[in-house]
Design a protein around this ligand. Structure first.
Ligand SMILES: NC(=O)c1ccc[n+]([C@@H]2O[C@H](COP(=O)([O-])OP(=O)(O)OC[C@H]3O[C@@H](n4cnc5c(N)ncnc54)[C@H](O)[C@@H]3O)[C@@H](O)[C@H]2O)c1
Length: 434
């Protein structure tokens, strides 16, 4: 089976490599020439555990190819996946579909024989049908079907999620297209992962509704954490007690500095716009977004209060910059909201991240000082702020950290450590919701 992946970013590259691992002949296309050159040279442009081996293995086996050229791969393809970015459109919060429609136009020009064009990007309801109109407009005699196959992988665990998904969602309305998609996903059927087949609109909405629900769980527990601080409860005990109820489930009930990343912020905003456009209300998601912004502001206040009321002239070591561990993705990371604010208030920032520093330099103010070694970062600091729960920080020597710091303030925005044990080690410890 010949598969083309348009867009070789987090989703396109992982999905392409995994389909190749399933046995398909996959061509990953990207307009970014330098990205394709790196891939052709055997370099992986993103940090994702296991991706380098997976790509290398499938390139060597002759099943995975990279190119900037739509021709001839599209003409030979049975299935073409669109996995380009759908960022927030400036000004109005809608998902920006320019890359999707540009990809559709280019696909249309090179189509030959029956082809299924599948949206893997997260796109608003109605996009698959619009892609079909774009293709027909560009090439009226094209023989094709459109389908929606939203992706649920998590950065940092992307390969496992793709290979062993909780479910595969297929929005597809022709038997011929469904047959091809089922054939492509056959290996996951063998491990009995469920495949949900539905219409185009429902498949498109499953993705937004899922992300908005997960974001809501995070904002919910963050509000409960704030209440815990006010009443003297421990949010971990509360979350554990809630999660033991199978109807609620324990996942995504971990308080922190607010959600970030390439999906939740943009997908919640886009869902609100989709609802507005169709005259439906989406008040819970609106509150989720508001609570998330407030949580980031609350973390800035927490750091300030931990420092005795002012960041001015204080040296703060930040441990972790990415929005979560095991990725170098900095998109909408809480650190991007928190660090510039601390700098504005006169703090000196010493930052460490196991994988994200290079990306972070593109987004954070030039004043940030980066260190490859976490112990170098904490040296001379008045306060340490643990921003991302990388394993490296779970395993670090607190004794050494305490000795190297100038002060003793430890703000743990991920509740990695136990308050009592930190206090007994001499730290002035602040967690979230406990
Ligand atoms: N990152 C995630 O964890 C994740 C998870 C699930 C779904 N998604 C969704 O998947 C989509 C892609 O996300 P991503 O994080 O992989 O984005 P990304 O920015 O990492 O990658 C997108 C790639 O598409 C390329 N591109 C843009 N226009 C193109 C064109 N016309 N032809 C060929 N290539 C083109 C870009 O150069 C870029 O390399 C988004 O809709 C996102 O919401 C992302």
């Amino acid at each position: 089976m010949n598969v083309v992946m348009i867009g070789s970013g987090y989703v396109g590259l992982v999905s392409g490599a995994c389909f190749a691992e399933f046995g398909a002949n996959v061509t990953c296309i990207d307009v970014d020439q330098s990205k394709i050159e790196r891939l052709e040279a055997g370099q992986i442009p993103i940090y994702e555990p296991g991706l380098d081996d997976l790509v290398a293995r499938n390139v060597t086996a002759g099943r995975l190819h990279f190119t900037t050229d739509y021709d001839p791969a599209i003409g030979a393809a049975d299935l073409v996946f669109i996995a380009v970015g759908t960022p927030t459109r400036r000004g109005d919060g809608h998902a920006d579909l320019v890359y999707v429609y540009e990809a559709a136009r280019q696909i249309a020009r090179h189509l030959s024989g029956y082809t299924v064009i599948v949206d893997k990007s997260t796109v608003p309801v109605g996009t698959a049908r619009q892609v079909a109109r774009v293709i027909s407009g560009e090439k009226p005699d094209a023989d094709f079907d459109v389908a929606s196959n939203p992706e649920f992988l998590r950065e940092g665990a992307a390969i496992g999620d793709f290979m062993r998904p909780d479910r595969v969602v297929l929005g597809v309305e022709s038997d011929r297209a469904e047959k091809l998609l089922r054939e492509l996903y056959r290996p996951i059927n063998l491990i009995e992962a469920p495949i949900l087949v539905t219409n185009l609109e429902s498949a498109e909405l499953v993705k937004y509704a899922s992300n908005a629900f997960l974001a809501t769980k995070i904002s919910f527990i963050n509000e409960i954490a704030n209440l815990c601080e006010a009443v003297g409860a421990d949010v971990h005990a509360v979350a554990k007690g809630m999660g033991m109820d199978k109807r609620i489930g324990g996942k995504f009930l971990h308080p922190g500095p607010g959600y970030g990343g390439s999906c939740f912020p943009k997908d919640t905003t886009a869902l609100i716009r989709i609802a507005q456009e169709h005259g439906a209300s989406c008040r819970i998601v609106e509150a989720t977004v508001e609570v998330n912004a407030a949580q980031k502001a609350r973390m800035i206040k927490k750091i300030r209060e931990a420092l005795g009321g002012s960041e001015s002239g204080k040296t703060i070591a930040i441990l972790g910059l990415t929005f979560k561990p095991e990725t170098d993705d900095m998109r909408d990371s809480p650190s991007l909201a928190i660090i510039p604010n601390l700098i504005d208030k006169g703090a000196v920032i010493r930052a460490h991240d196991p994988q994200g520093s290079e990306e972070a330099r593109r987004f954070l103010p030039a004043e940030v000082n980066y260190f490859d070694d976490l112990y170098a970062a904490v040296t001379g600091a008045d306060a340490v702020v643990l921003m991302t729960e990388w394993n490296e920080y779970r395993g670090m020597s607190l004794e050494q950290v305490g000795e190297l710091m100038k002060g003793s303030v430890f703000v743990d925005l991920r509740n990695v450590y136990e308050p009592e044990s930190m206090t007994s080690r001499g730290f002035s410890y602040f967690g979230v919701g406990r």
